[in-house]
Each structure stands twice: as structure tokens, then as C-alpha cells.
Design a protein around this ligand. Structure first.
Ligand SMILES: [Fe+2]
Length: 246
């Protein structure tokens, strides 16, 4: 491909084009196979072999991690919370023998599961005292707000739906949908348990950490009623063997 022909056309317009034609240079105009995205020609990308799926998944993952880190600006509690919850989710999912592809989607959903809190005033998120009913109701909007932010992205995993359902409970007492049992995605049932464990065992602006023992007691006492039994069992196994420190 000869580059000067492009410059000639830009500089001289129609006359330049005609001059190039007379000089036989138009035959060197670029074809679709000359135009490239990265290392692959566009024409090739539009045909049978798409861009490397592993690279696309890596881009998804980097994007999600960046979104999770955005939360640090407003609420430093949340970003460490999301990272820790993500680690616990992966550990539980592995013990439950979930397919690795599903585990990857769960890991990413956990990294951004509280992103809807971006819509909540930071004075409420970091309020040291007890929340009013109005403030608590506002915080309860975060799964739906997060879902609305993420739902337009065509992830190969149910990231938005997992975020939406992470406060749903097995007996239907959760929010925002009040759905129950198997209507809750397995990813969201795992995320819900990991979320409670991490939140209870860490400091919050409005209270000191309750400790991992109380957190594990909470999921045991409410096994089946609020939390999936298999998820609770896997979670207990993880904390009994991993030496995880809150
Ligand atoms: Fe949450």
C-alpha cells in the first residue's frame, strides 16, 4: 500500500484524485484487508475468526476492576469490602465445584456488587451513628441502581443480575425483589453469604467489627431460612481450613 495517494487526495481534492488516477496510483488504494485493528486485519475480524476471546475477557475484567476501584474515592470501606467479598466468593464457589467460567463471572460481580452506592450521598455511607429509616431505605436502593448501571454491558456472565440479587434471601425476606430459593441465582446466593461474612467481620463507620465468629454464627443460625444451605456449608469449610483473617 502506498501512503502518498491518501495525502494527495486530501491536499488536492478532485484534481489530485484525477492526477493520481492518470498516474495509475489508484490501484494502490487500501483494501479492507489493509486496514487493521491491533494485529488483525478488519476484514479478518469481520469473518470467521473474531478477536481473541481471552483478550476480550481480560478487557472485561480490567474494566470491572476499574469500576470497583472508583468506589474507593467515595467510600474506602466499600472497595476493600468488595475485594475481600470477591475472594470469599471464589473460595466458596470452588468448594461447591462450580464451573470455572461461572466462578469468573461471580468474581467480577462481587468486585462491583456495591457500585450502586455511588448514587448515595457519602455523608450517609460514612455516617458514624445509626441510620434513620429514610437513610436505610436509600441504601437499600443500591442493588437496583448498580444493576441499572451495569445491565447495558453485554458480559458473557450474569454480572448485573447477580448484583441485583445479592440482598435477596432464601425465604423471600430480602430486597429489592423479595424473590426466594432457586429463583435467586446461585452466584447471588454465594455473594449474599460472602457479603454478610465480610461486612460483619470488618469495621464500619457506624460500628466496630463484630468478628468472624459472630459472622459465622449468623450464617449458621439462619442456614436455609436466609442463606443457601450448601453455600453455608462451603463457607464454614473454607473458614475452618483457610486461616482467612478478617
Ligand atoms: Fe450490598
Amino acid at each position: 500500500m502506498s501512503q502518498p495517494i491518501i495525502q494527495d487526495i486530501c491536499i488536492y481534492g478532485r484534481e489530485g484524485l484525477e492526477a493520481a488516477d492518470q498516474a495509475g496510483q489508484l490501484r494502490s488504494m487500501p483494501t479492507p484487508s489493509d486496514i487493521r485493528i491491533g494485529s488483525l486485519p478488519v476484514a479478518e475480524n469481520n469473518q470467521s475468526e473474531p478477536l481473541d476471546i481471552q483478550n476480550i475477557n481480560k478487557v472485561f475484567e480490567d474494566f470491572v476492576r476499574a469500576m470497583g476501584q472508583m468506589m474507593e474515592v467515595r467510600d474506602p470501606y466499600t472497595v476493600y469490602h468488595q475485594s475481600r467479598v470477591s475472594l470469599i466468593c471464589v473460595a466458596i464457589a470452588r468448594l461447591m465445584d462450580l464451573p470455572s467460567f461461572k466462578i469468573k463471572g461471580l468474581e467480577l460481580a462481587a468486585l462491583v456488587h456495591d457500585v450502586g452506592k455511588l448514587a448515595i450521598p457519602s455523608e450517609i455511607l460514612t455516617k458514624p451513628g445509626q441510620l434513620t429509616q429514610y437513610e436505610f431505605d436509600l441504601i437499600k436502593t443500591h442493588p437496583k441502581v448498580g444493576y441499572d448501571i451495569i445491565k447495558g454491558i453485554e458480559f458473557p456472565w450474569p454480572v448485573a443480575k447477580t448484583m441485583l440479587q445479592h440482598h435477596e434471601r432464601m425465604n423471600g425476606s430480602g430486597y429489592p425483589g423479595g424473590i426466594s430459593d432457586q429463583d435467586i441465582l446461585i452466584e447471588a446466593r454465594i455473594l449474599g453469604v460472602a457479603d454478610v461474612i465480610e461486612a460483619m467481620s470488618s469495621n464500619r463507620p457506624y460500628r466496630p467489627a463484630k468478628g468472624i465468629s459472630l459472622a459465622l454464627e449468623e450464617i449458621c443460625v439462619n442456614k436455609h431460612r436466609l442463606y443457601d444451605g450448601d453455600v453455608v456449608d462451603a463457607c464454614l469449610e473454607y473458614f475452618a481450613t483457610s486461616g482467612y483473617k478478617a
